[in-house]
Design a protein around this ligand. Structure first.
Ligand code: DGL
Length: 272
């Protein structure tokens, strides 16, 4: 058996680098290939069919880069395309590969943390419309009441490097108020971009609301998954190499990407 496969991580932009950062911290021994579709970000306002098509293209790219296991680190792609990818595309085209999402792990952790069974979710418009978080929370516990808020401006704020602190806080307050007023005790940051705003969000929500950030939980979930699936783990290369690709090579991708990843990254251009 060849142990030469990498773990692919895909996001609509550089936000997923914070998820990758957590994964690499928990599982440093493997090889990783990151793909950000910065040329077409944001996905959060795009039609469902387009998101499915983009996700398939990303998977083709990562399979060509020899990834045996692929994480859709994008919540919008996880909520709108993952199920179809897992049920139709992968069995038909790449039955020896696995594709996982980020939404179910986040919902499971949130469901286990909430005491009053009131969970808030902030995410993109498309993720909110899909109700995927609500469904997954209820699968764990039917008593959970989920309150969602789409935050379209946050991706833009993060993309431009959140220059104006005052207006960022004002926008966050506006988005969070309808959730805090519902007395939630747990808040899911249901979009890769929001992790970088966690401190600011925490300041507004206060200590009593637990914040679920995917950057901290996906690595731990993946560790458990690989333990349960030695047949997949066996195929993974352990050379500790990271590769970064973006569909649009702007300075921003490397500057903000390095901020999200926690160390300097050098990206190559990807054509999907
Ligand atoms: N990566 C997307 C997500 O996690 C956010 C950015 C976008 O709208 O593409 O939902």
């Amino acid at each position: 058996m060849l142990r030469n496969k990498s773990i692919g991580i895909f996001d609509s932009g550089f936000g997923g680098l914070s998820v990758m950062r957590g994964i690499v911290k928990d599982l440093p021994e493997y090889n990783y290939v990151y793909l950000g579709d910065s040329a077409r970000v944001p996905y959060g306002t795009k039609p469902r069919e387009a998101i499915y098509r983009f996700a398939k293209q990303a998977i083709n790219f990562l399979v060509n880069k020899n990834c045996g296991l692929i994480i859709l680190a994008c919540n919008t792609a996880s909520s709108e395309a993952l199920r179809r990818i897992q049920q139709e595309y992968i069995p038909k085209c790449y039955s020896d590969r696995k594709v996982l999402g980020v939404l179910i792990p986040a919902a499971e952790i949130a469901a286990s943390k909430t005491k009053n069974k009131r969970v808030g979710i902030i995410a993109t418009e498309r993720t909110v419309e899909s109700e995927a978080f609500v469904r997954e929370l209820r699968k764990v516990n039917q008593e959970i009441k989920a309150f969602q808020k789409a935050c379209p401006l946050l991706v833009k704020i993060v993309e431009i490097g959140e220059q104006d602190e005052k207006s960022t806080n004002a926008v966050l307050k506006k988005y969070l108020k309808p959730l805090t007023s519902k007395k939630i005790d747990t808040l899911i940051l249901g979009c890769t971009h929001y992790g970088i705003l966690e401190k600011k969000i925490r300041k507004i929500t206060g200590k009593n609301i637990k914040i679920i950030s995917e950057s901290k939980i996906i690595g731990k979930k993946l560790k458990k998954y690989l333990k349960k699936h030695p047949e997949i783990e066996k195929k993974l290369s352990k050379k500790r190499k990271n590769f970064f690709y973006s569909t649009d090579l702007t300075k921003n991708f490397e500057i903000l990407g390095s901020k999200f990843f926690g160390e300097k990254i050098k990206a190559k251009k990807a054509d999907l």
